[in-house]
Design a protein around this ligand. Structure first.
Ligand SMILES: [Zn+2]
Length: 139
């Protein structure tokens, strides 16, 4: 977890509301939008609440705790940069707040992943500007 290494993997786009999301990540804070009308959390960032239609929201800090909801295992690299990573598993984590995000669970091989496995966020400072929210197995 050092920013000095040369990071070759694709980086997220950081325009619009995503810029705000990643600005919080840079501070090692996992924050999601939360509707101030009905209280529903949401991710990916967007203007309107899908539950009540309100445009009123604010960023709120997540507990960073969740569970493995689903995953797939890639045995062929989708991009050349992933060639030395196969097999690898993009994982959908469901946070305790109810939002789901595609991420990586580090320190776990694809065979060790389990539905409902408790995980917690662990930020990876991949460049001087970008910290990616990854997850690790929680107790
Ligand atoms: Zn709402």
């Amino acid at each position: 977890m050092t920013a000095s290494r040369s990071y070759k993997m694709p980086l997220p786009r950081t325009g619009g509301m995503s810029a705000e999301f990643y600005r919080f990540c840079r501070q090692h804070e996992l924050r999601f939008q939360r509707c101030t009308e009905c209280g529903t959390w949401r991710h990916i960032p967007r203007d309107m609440c899908a539950k009540c239609g309100s445009f009123k929201w604010q960023w709120e800090r997540s507990s960073g705790k969740g569970k493995v909801f689903s995953w797939t295992t890639a045995t062929q690299p989708m991009l050349p940069q992933f060639a030395d990573q196969v097999p690898y598993s993009p994982v959908i984590v469901e946070l305790d707040e109810g939002v789901r995000m595609v991420t990586w669970v580090t320190g776990v091989t694809p065979d060790e992943l389990r539905l409902g496995m408790p995980v917690e966020v662990a930020f990876d400072d991949v460049t001087a500007e970008i910290s990616l929210p990854r997850f690790r197995r929680a107790a």
